[in-house]
Design a protein around this ligand. Structure first.
Ligand code: ZN
Ligand code: ZN
Length: 140
């Protein structure tokens, strides 16, 4: 588990209890939507509101601590920002899997970036489809 207090302070944010538990809940599962985080947290903290979680997520995202993973046809999920990776996103169950960038992807993209004289800041590749489990479930 990460040192959330240090992470928050390094970004100029107060290490509030709510921010810490939101980060812990997200890291626990890898990727979670605001609603999923609320579902989990309200079991232990019945007074925590969806609006509070939403507000904190927005702030954590603005500070770069969280990264949004858009999901076609569903609410976005959020993850702790880490080194660049590819997402395999299942549009049926909403599952999100992390995979490292294939080293060849650089070789493929570099000529395009050079040709367009594009100052690349970040690669964000999400592949959308049906995960293996959902494919199996739909044929049985
Ligand atoms: Zn699936
Ligand atoms: Zn991820």
């Amino acid at each position: 588990m990460s040192d959330y207090a240090t992470l928050l302070k390094a970004s100029g944010l107060k290490a509030t209890f709510q921010r810490m538990i939101v980060l812990e809940t997200i890291e626990c599962d890898g990727h979670r939507s605001v609603e999923e985080i609320h579902e989990v947290l309200k079991e232990s903290y019945p007074s925590i509101s969806l609006a509070t979680i939403y507000k904190n997520i927005t702030m954590l995202q603005e500070k770069g601590i969280l990264t949004e993973v858009p999901i076609v046809g569903r609410k976005s999920k959020y993850e702790l920002s880490k080194s660049e990776h590819i997402h395999l996103v299942c549009t049926l169950c909403g599952g999100v899997e992390d995979h490292p960038y294939p080293p060849q992807s650089d070789e493929v993209l570099r000529p395009l970036i050079a040709k367009e004289q594009f100052a690349l800041q970040k690669r964000d590749i999400n592949l959308y489809g049906i995960c293996h489990l959902c494919q199996v479930a739909s044929t049985s």
